[in-house]
Design a protein around this ligand. Sequence first.
Ligand SMILES: [Zn+2]
Ligand SMILES: [Zn+2]
Ligand SMILES: [Zn+2]
Length: 329
Amino acid sequence: MTNELRLDPLTGRWVVVAYQRSTRPSAFLDRDTEIQKDSPRECPFCPGHEEDTPPALETYSEQGHWLLRVVPNKYPAFKGDEPMVAITKGPIFTTAPASGIHEVIVLSPSHNLGWSELSHEQVRLVMKGIKARIEAHSDSQVIRYSQAIVNSGREAGASLEHPHGQLLATSFVPREITDELAAFSRFLGGCVLCSTMDAELAIADRVVLEDNDTVTISPFWASQPYELLLIPKNHQEHLHKATEDELDSIAVSIKLALGSLRAHLGDIAYNLVFHSAPYREHGRFHWHVHIMPKLTTRAGFELGTGVMINVVPPEKAASELRPFLARLH
Ligand SMILES: [Zn+2]
Ligand SMILES: [Zn+2]
Ligand SMILES: [Zn+2]
């Protein structure tokens, strides 16, 4: 059975009903088991196991050894190039093909080093790989939107230990993005993120890091402890149209931000999300990166109302992280 999209008429959100992903390794971990602690000998992402993944779509190598690989996901949530056509089966049941692309980006040959521990050169290469794939996805006629994510740690949804990210391309624009697009339209004072950046820099309380091209803040509206937002200084809708310097700066800012979280809080789980405008969107977006540490669980109230309760005010979070960042520089 191929995966399908089903429309939730209560929220207007698409759900992917996946038929194969539950058979992937450790699909349902009980809360007490560790994430799959593959030794490097068994890990499909370690050097020497290239045959265990589908052939690479992108490989960056040096002196005969690969440094970065992008491979198709063996258990894709989105696959194929059927156009987005919603099929209405009566007044309630609406489906569409779960077309798209689902890839894995292996962050480095090292089994144990996450983004914060990789070298500056390596994290720059990771951003280069992400940009190359998002650019490649734009060639497809059915793809409207691509997103890069990194889930680190079991609580954040990682099923394999070897640090990796995912690239997902969809034939529709997901609701989180249409909500953000609406926010850009709603804000009448220019660009909402350019304005946020200026306002946060003026106050400085919630700024954790600034370099020539990127500002990292714990935003005024942070909904979870130590949530961070990375805003490129240059107003640009699309990640894949950012300059090399801007991408290098984001790569290193993510490394330092994650490094400060690790130094302060230990080896915590987190989600890293890259938000870029839909491919054919012009003028109403500013690409950015969210870092969402997984320190709390969404409970009934948060799930039932969408109202989050943040127990660490972002001003406090930023002031706690800044000393660690000063040391990491
Ligand atoms: Zn490995
Ligand atoms: Zn802007
Ligand atoms: Zn966003």
